[in-house]
Each structure stands twice: as C-alpha cells, then as structure tokens.
Design a protein around this ligand. Structure first.
Ligand SMILES: [Zn+2]
Length: 474
C-alpha cells in the first residue's frame, strides 16, 4: 500500500534561498499555461490555424531566453519537472477529473517537485541507538544545495521523488512510498462482513453521529471532541488573526509591512489547522483501533453542500431582505471546524489498512428515529441532548440514539448486499515500482479514482497494485 510522509525540514538560510529560487523557477509552469491559452485563442480566431490543436508537450527550452536568465541558474530537471506536472494536469483534464491547468499563485504553500537526479538519501547508522537514519543530499554537481536536515519521526524507505515545500515560514519534506504490503479492497471486506449473522455484525459495528455540539458520538458510547484548552487557544488565535487582518487591510499594497502582517496571520491560523488535523488523526485512529469494531458507519453528509452560503433574498421592489447569512456562517464555521470530512477520510483509509470497512448511509431522520422501536417523529427529540420516544418511552442521549440508528442502517446495507463502491474512473498518475533493496521507481500507471465528492478517500490511499510491482516485491 502507498504511505504518505511529511517531515519537517530545516534548511540553512543559504539553502532556503536556493530552494526558494527553485520553487520560483518551477512556477514557469505558468508560462506553459499562458502559452496554451494563447494557442487556443489563436487557433479559434485565425482561419490558417483552424482545426489545429495547441501543442501539449513537455517542451520548455524555448522559455529560456535573454529575458529570463534566472532559468539558467537552476538545474534543468527542476524545469523539466514543472513541464511534466503541467502535462499531468492536462491528462487529468482530458479524463474529466479537473479543469485545465491553471495559473499558480505565489501565495500560500509553495513547493518544488524533485526527481531522483536531484536528491539522494545516504544511509547512516546512528552511533547511539544503532538505527539506520538517512541523510538527505539535494542538488546536482553544478547546482549543489548540500545536506538538508530533516526530522524523520517515523521509519521510511527511500522514495523515488520528493516534494520540498514551505508553508507560512515552515519547511516540509513530503513523499509517498509503497511498502508492498497488500491490503484487502473495500468490496472484499464487504463480502466477508456479509457472511456474518445479523447479531454478530451488530455487535461489531460502530455508528458515528456527527454533530455540532459534540463532533463525533459513537453508538458504543465514546465521544470525541477537542479539549477545553485547545478550543480556548483556537479562539484566542482566531481573535488575534482577525485583529491582524484589520491591520493588514490598512497597509500599503505590495509593501513589506503588509507582507509581514500576512505572514503573521498565516502563522496564527496554522495553529488551528494543526490542532484540527491532529484531532482528525487521533479520532480516526481510535475509531479504527477499537478491536470490537469491524464496520464503521457514517452518515452521508455532503459537507461541501451543507456549508454553502445561503442564497440572497429580495422582495418585489428589489430590496434586499435578511437571509440569515450571519447565523449560517457561524454554523458553517462549527461544521468545518469539527473536521467532519477529514476524520471520515482518514478513518476510511486507516480502516482499509486494518482490513475493516467504512460505509456511509442515508442521513434522513437519524436523530428523530427511536433506536428501540423505530418510531420516527420530530417530537421524539425534546432538546439538543435529550431523546424521549413518544411511542415506547425509550430515553437516551440524542446523539447516542442517532449513532445506534446509523449503525443499524450500516448493518442492513451490508447484509442486504446493496453495498457498492462508487464507479471508479481511471487516471494516469505517477506510481512507484519497487526495484528491490529499498529502491523504488516512479512509473506512469493507472489507478482508480472515485467520481464526484469524497475523492479524498481514493486519493488518500493509492492502494492499487500492479501485477508488475507485486511480482517485483514478491
Ligand atoms: Zn420507541
């Protein structure tokens, strides 16, 4: 299976300035984008070029001219990789998996993709522990960067290509690796679970109710929420970010002080992102780690659709009416802040690795249905927390009751045999091939990508094995 790694990287100031130049030069990608746009407009307007398609190749040498001397100051492989990225983006477009390659901005996370001519990992034995740690050397003979210090907080093999990126002043090293451990597909796991009896499967199923007050509530009683101290710190950082946002807006555009304010806001917001990601990882780890749970059931909530802005309202005279946008913004913030989507995505890929299954069921009336007798009525839910059945008198915590309904729907889905994976699209993508002795090579191969929303699940774990790679590893 494919494993993703992201480690902190600590370049010296000199190394950082070289890497920043590489990042900037790989953004010549934008020249490819502009060229393509120009060709398409031209081909449409001129009779001479009618019917001709713009070239979609990986050429880049014609961009290195007298006017762009800086492109000569980086290894050509950096530019070549930019062109390859552009071509890959275009193949995704033709497979209807995304838009045409778009201009890359200079804001937010910036990265450079390095293939193996540009780096090498040297194994070195730690004298104290006796463990093998790798030293990362980056650069070519003509354009050396030197040894880059990084913290490998977990063991990894040597990757075929790496990405070096910077986000709000922090450097990262990231790559994927195939550990050639086979994992069962979701369909196989579903088939195996369908052979259970109803009571057996019920005992081994966890339904997870996602709510605004408590982000995750399990049918077996466990609940997951951010700690009080984390919420307090997030609120403080958010207030500071808002204050700095106001300061930023008063500063001169393009000025150094505005840039400094933007950097400070990015650093303040990063705390929240880090805490949320950590929360999603810990929650998913605990959901999958429960030895009694083989089937984990979520409601199918379109988080993207749920967190849309409300439509504007006008009366007959065209005057604007209140549409509750302010309140909706608060709710959206709560939903996105509870990391609903990320937790489900992480749970799905971690479950697959553990031979377990995550399914989604229809979300309608899960909070109004009685888990004991099935009576469904809005009156059953007295308040946010309390559930009292109007028919049989069953009393429970509302979220816990909803979790049990979700679990039951999941069991029914599996036993009825109606569980199907979404139809998969095929897409060309860089894939790593094991070459023995810890080396792997990137080759173009096809992997399945699920359609529409929830793509993250498929992208999070690229677990499709080629016959070639299986043969090489076995
Ligand atoms: Zn009831």
């Amino acid at each position: 299976m494919q494993n993703g790694f992201r480690f902190r990287l600590y370049p010296t100031p000199e190394q950082a300035s070289i890497l920043l130049r590489w990042i900037g030069c790989q953004r010549f990608y934008n020249a490819k984008v502009s060229e393509d746009r120009y060709f398409r407009t031209f081909a449409r307007k001129s009779l001479q070029h009618a019917g001709q398609l713009p070239p979609q190749d990986q050429q880049y040498s014609h961009f290195i001219t007298e006017a762009t001397p800086w492109l000569r100051e980086v290894p050509s492989q950096v530019l070549r990789n930019g062109a390859v990225r552009w071509k890959q983006a275009y193949s995704r477009y033709w497979k209807k998996l995304g838009g045409r390659p778009a201009l890359q901005t200079r804001h937010g996370t910036q990265g450079v993709w390095l293939t193996r001519e540009l780096f090498r990992f040297e194994p070195a034995v730690e004298p104290e522990t006796g463990e093998i740690a790798y030293r990362l050397h980056v650069g070519t003979r003509k354009h050396p960067v030197g040894m880059l210090r990084y913290t490998a907080h977990r063991a990894h093999a040597i990757p075929a290509s790496i990405t070096v990126s910077i986000d709000a002043g922090r450097w990262y090293l990231s790559f994927t690796n195939d550990d050639s451990v086979p994992e069962p597909s979701d369909a196989e796991t579903a088939e195996w679970l369908a052979s259970f009896s109803e009571d057996e499967l019920k005992a081994r199923t966890v339904g997870v109710d996602r709510g605004v007050t408590i982000p995750f509530m399990c049918s077996k009683g466990a609940s997951f929420n951010l700690s009080e101290i984390q919420r307090c710190r997030i609120a403080r950082k958010q207030a500071a970010a808002r204050r700095w946002q106001r300061r930023l807006s008063r500063r001169v555009k393009g000025g150094a002080n505005r840039r400094k304010a933007a950097q400070r806001i990015a650093r303040l917001r990063r705390y929240e992102q880090d805490v949320r990601r950590d929360f999603a990882h810990q929650t998913s780890h605990r959901l999958v780690g429960d030895p009694k749970a083989l089937l984990i059931v979520f409601e199918a909530l379109g988080v993207q659709r749920m967190t849309r802005k409300p439509k504007v309202k006008q009366d007959e005279q065209g005057r604007w009416l209140r549409n509750g946008a302010r309140a909706k913004a608060g709710l959206n913030h709560a939903i996105l802040g509870s990391a609903w989507g990320a937790t489900k995505t992480y749970t799905a890929y971690k479950a697959r690795r553990a031979g377990k299954l995550v399914v989604e069921v229809a979300p309608h009336h899960t909070s109004q249905e009685c888990a004991r007798c099935g009576h469904t009525h809005p009156d059953n839910r007295r308040s946010q927390a309390e559930f009292v059945c109007q028919c049989c008198g069953h009393v429970d915590n509302a979220d816990h009751n909803a979790g049990q309904n979700i679990a039951r729907r999941g069991v029914r889905l599996i036993l009825s045999g109606e569980y199907r994976q979404k139809a998969a699209k095929r897409v060309m993508r860089m894939r790593q091939k094991q070459l023995g002795a810890g080396r792997s090579e990137a080759t173009l191969g096809e992997i399945a990508v699920s359609r529409g929303a929830g793509n993250g699940t498929a992208l999070g774990s690229k677990n499709q094995e080629t016959p070639a790679s299986t043969a090489a590893s076995g």
